[in-house]
Design a protein around this ligand. Structure first.
Ligand SMILES: NC(=O)c1ccc[n+]([C@@H]2O[C@H](COP(=O)([O-])OP(=O)(O)OC[C@H]3O[C@@H](n4cnc5c(N)ncnc54)[C@H](OP(=O)(O)O)[C@@H]3O)[C@@H](O)[C@H]2O)c1
Length: 271
C-alpha cells in the first residue's frame, strides 16, 4: 500500500467555500480521496474537477443541506459504512450576530440545527464507524467566540462552546480506541461567513483577520502534532494550558454534599 492509499478518504462539510474549500485543497495534496458536502453543487463540482486534475485523487460531490434531516442521514450512513473514510472535517456552519431579543426564533433554531445538531449527528456516525474500524480522526470546527460570552454572539457563540465541549469530552471517551478528536478554534478569518451573516467583512478590523490559507495550514499542523484544541492565533499554547489547569482546580469542589458557606444555607447537624 503506498502513502496515498493508506491515507484513506476525508469527508468535508462546508467544502464549497472558505475554510472547508481550503481543507479540500490541502487534504487532496496530502493524498486523501475526498467527499465534498455542501448545498451549492455547482461550486463543489468546480472544486472537485480542479482537485482531480491537479492532484489525481478521487473526489466525490455529495450535495447536502445540513438543516434537512434526510440529507444529514445520508452522510451519517456514509460515515458509518464507508470503510475508506478515515477523516471527518465537521466544518459547515453559519454565524448570526443579531441581538438575541430581536432575533427570530426560527433563525436561531436553524443555526442550532446546522452548527450543533448536524455536527453532533455526523460526529456520532463518524465515531461509530471509526471505532469499529480502529482508526480515524474527527476534526470539529469551533470558534474562539465560544470562549468569549462577552463577544455579543449569544447563540452563535453558544453553538461554538458546544463544539468545544463535545470535542473535549469525546476525545476523553475515545482515548485508546485509535480514534482522535481535534477542535479547531479560528479567530476572525477572511471568508464569506461575514457577508453571509450580514455583518460585512468591511466591519471586521483587518489587523485581526487571518488569511484562510494560513488558518487551515495551522489547523493541519495542530492535527499533525496531536493537539486536542488548536487555536491558530494564540502565540503561547501555555495560555490555553492555564485555562485547562484552572478548570482542573475547580474539579474536587464542583460536587459536594452541602452548599458553600457564602450562601448561608443552614446545614442539618449530622444525626
Ligand atoms: N470565518 C471566520 O471568521 C470563522 C471564525 C471562527 C469559526 N468559523 C467557522 O468555520 C466554519 C466554516 O466557515 P467559513 O468561515 O469557511 O464560512 P463560509 O465561507 O461561509 O463557509 C461555510 C460553509 O458551510 C456551508 N453551509 C452553510 N450552510 C449550510 C447548510 N445548511 N448545509 C450545508 N452546508 C452549509 C457553505 O456551503 P453552501 O452555502 O454551499 O451550503 C460553506 O461551504 C464554520 O463552522 C464557522 O462557524 C469561521
Amino acid at each position: 500500500m503506498n502513502d496515498r492509499t493508506s491515507q484513506g478518504a476525508a469527508l468535508i462539510t462546508g467544502a464549497s467555500s472558505g475554510i472547508g474549500a481550503v481543507y479540500a485543497d490541502r487534504l487532496a495534496r496530502r493524498g486523501y480521496d475526498l467527499v465534498l458536502a455542501a448545498r451549492d453543487e455547482g461550486r463543489l463540482q468546480a472544486l472537485a474537477t480542479k482537485l482531480r486534475a491537479e492532484t489525481g485523487v478521487k473526489v466525490e460531490v455529495a450535495r447536502a443541506d445540513l438543516t434537512v434531516r434526510d440529507d444529514v442521514r445520508r452522510l451519517e450512513a456514509r460515515l458509518r459504512d464507508d470503510t475508506d473514510l478515515t477523516l471527518l472535517i465537521n466544518n459547515a456552519g453559519a454565524a448570526l450576530f443579531e441581538p438575541f431579543a430581536v432575533a427570530e426564533a426560527d433563525s436561531l433554531e436553524n443555526l442550532i440545527q446546522l452548527n450543533v445538531t448536524a455536527v453532533t449527528r455526523l460526529a456520532n456516525a463518524a465515531a461509530a464507524g471509526f471505532v469499529q474500524r480502529g482508526r480515524g480522526k474527527i476534526v470539529n470546527i469551533g470558534s474562539i467566540v465560544g470562549l468569549m460570552p462577552q463577544f455579543k454572539s449569544t447563540v452563535y457563540g453558544a453553538t461554538k462552546a458546544y463544539v468545544l465541549y463535545l470535542s473535549e469530552s469525546l476525545a476523553d471517551e475515545l482515548a485508546g480506541s485509535g480514534v482522535t478528536v481535534q477542535a479547531v478554534l479560528p479567530g476572525a478569518t477572511r471568508t464569506e461567513i461575514w457577508d453571509r451573516s450580514g455583518r460585512g467583512i468591511e466591519n471586521v478590523p483587518s489587523e485581526i483577520l487571518m488569511h484562510v490559507d494560513e488558518l487551515v495550514d495551522a489547523a493541519l499542523a495542530g492535527l499533525d502534532q496531536g493537539e486536542l484544541v488548536t487555536i491558530p492565533s494564540l502565540p503561547d499554547a501555555a495560555d490555553w494550558g492555564a485555562v485547562d489547569a484552572a478548570r482542573a482546580k475547580l474539579q474536587p469542589n464542583l460536587s459536594r454534599p452541602h452548599p458553600a458557606a457564602r450562601y448561608g444555607v443552614k446545614v442539618p447537624e449530622p444525626a
